[in-house]
Write a protein that binds this ligand. Structure first.
Ligand code: LLP
Length: 437
């Protein structure tokens, strides 16, 4: 009935997640409120981990791409499930460090890492730095030599594959700010260059072909292209690349029409390609890494809002205003990403009325959903927007000086705050009025 298996209707005819009644959660924590189902996050981690064990005989590692949702508690949780993590900034790395995440399971990404970020990564012995460009390669070699270390690196490669997804989230083509291209020899040159640097060890290659992808073919093709590159590097440079990181990007169900592939099936299919190409090219089976982000956390999350106003502009549009919006979920404003929603206080009510859900920011593009069917909505109803666990809290802002909502983790009828609600003192925390003003 719902787009996410985390949800059901309880005996009071209220929406329930992780055994918690959403109406009760709102009484306890207020709105807007992010809620995440611990059980589903753990289950998703296990789906990937089991598939990796099954199809690669354990010769691999699943990383949670933590840009999807980063907080100290989520790092603790995925660590318990045996996953590594991908971090893309000093801030994410710092959060993981503070959560006590084992650094030998951390991959550090980013297309313009600062010297400070590189130092933080090398000082803490992260497992891999995924190098984006030449300048960065030299900076890593410099920092590693200063610290008397050898940095284990991987390269972000553009395999030139156009996966079907929204333009803004496409990151695998040649016209992309990420990584080095295969087509023009850039990738080959940077591997050669790295092989001559004394404080660098080339361990792997990496690609990420996009996000919210439903097709299998681009993933299979990416694996093939990357393995051909590994074979070329072996043949021409005599370097054995031991690790193949295939990135993330697996689609999830935001709306009923979405039909994502089963992650187990994806891993099985790609593993067949990996084995076949390795045999054909006579190269060793690499250690395989993958980096799902969205598909670990998106479906586990919902956002609860209070309806504050209903504005029915006859023959034009009916706006339902909620007490959040683009500040806690910028994905509609940025990408026109579709969402599904229900009323948490009557989740089974028939949807017949075409409405537009508007946020409270001073910006006409601040919408969460446009022209969608909903039941009759009244002021005071609680709207639950579904599948908001990925790229909502992590992309939230304080636009209009709106404090960020808290994140509550639910399991077996218990709820715990994992990120506190911001208040107005947080809003002015870094403000300074100079003495001479
Ligand atoms: N690995 C790398 C190198 C990535 O760049 C990404 C996402 C992932 C893994 C995880 O991809 P996922 O499994 O989550 O699709 N803000 C956008 C999504 C940007 C994705 C960027 N890279 C959104 O809200 O749709």
């Amino acid at each position: 009935m719902f787009v996410s298996e985390a949800l059901k209707v309880n005996s009071k005819n209220h929406l329930e997640i992780g055994g918690c009644d959403c109406v009760e959660l709102v009484k306890e924590y207020g709105t807007p409120l992010y809620v995440m189902d611990e059980g589903l996050i753990r289950k998703n981690c296990q789906v990937y981990k089991n598939a990796m064990d099954k199809y690669y005989g354990g010769n691999g590692l699943v990383l949670y791409a933590s840009k999807a949702f980063s907080s100290m508690a989520i790092y603790r949780l995925v660590e318990q499930e045996g996953l590594g993590i991908d971090v893309v900034s000093g801030g994410e790395l710092y959060t993981a460090l503070k959560a006590g995440f084992p650094m030998d399971k951390v991959y550090f990404h980013g297309n313009n890492k600062t010297l400070e970020e590189i130092e933080l990564a090398i000082e803490n012995n992260v497992r891999r730095i995924v190098v984006d460009n030449k300048e960065e390669l030299h900076n890593i070699n410099y920092v590693a030599s200063k610290k008397g270390k050898v940095a284990n690196i991987s390269f972000r490669i553009k395999p030139g594959i156009d996966a079907h997804t929204h333009d803004f989230v496409q990151t695998g083509q040649i016209d992309s700010k990420f990584g080095v291209a295969l087509e023009n020899g850039e990738a080959f040159e940077i591997v050669k260059m790295a092989s001559q640097l004394s404080n660098i060890k080339v361990v792997g290659v990496h690609c990420h072909i996009g996000s919210q992808i439903f097709d299998l073919a681009p993933f299979e093709l990416a694996a093939r292209v990357m393995l051909n590159f590994i074979a070329e590097v072996k043949e021409k440079l005599g370097i054995e690349v031991e690790e193949l990181n295939l990135g993330g990007g697996f689609g999830i169900k935001y709306i009923p029409e979405h039909d994502p592939i089963e992650y187990d099936h994806y891993i099985e299919s790609v593993s067949k390609v990996v084995k076949a190409v390795c045999e054909d090219k006579k190269i060793k089976l690499p250690f395989v890494v993958m980096e799902p982000g969205r598909s670990i956390v998106a479906s586990a999350g919902i956002t609860l809002y209070s309806v504050g106003a209903v504005k029915d502009i006859k023959n034009v549009r009916k706006y339902i205003s909620v007490d959040g919006g683009m500040a806690d979920n910028p994905r509609y404003a940025l990408y026109q990403s579709p969402y599904d929603a229900v009323l948490a206080n009557k989740p089974e009510a028939q949807k017949f009325d075409k409405v537009t859900i508007a946020g409270k920011c001073c910006e006409s593009g601040d919408l969460l959903m446009k022209d969608v069917l909903m039941p009759e909505i009244k002021v005071g109803d609680i709207l639950a927007v579904l599948a908001t666990g990925a790229y909502n809290y992590s992309m939230s802002s304080n636009y209009n000086r709106i404090p960020r909502p808290p994140v509550v983790l639910v399991k077996d009828g218990k709820s715990r705050v994992i990120v506190k609600r911001e208040d107005y003192s947080d809003i002015i925390r870094n403000d300074v009025i100079p003495e001479d003003l």
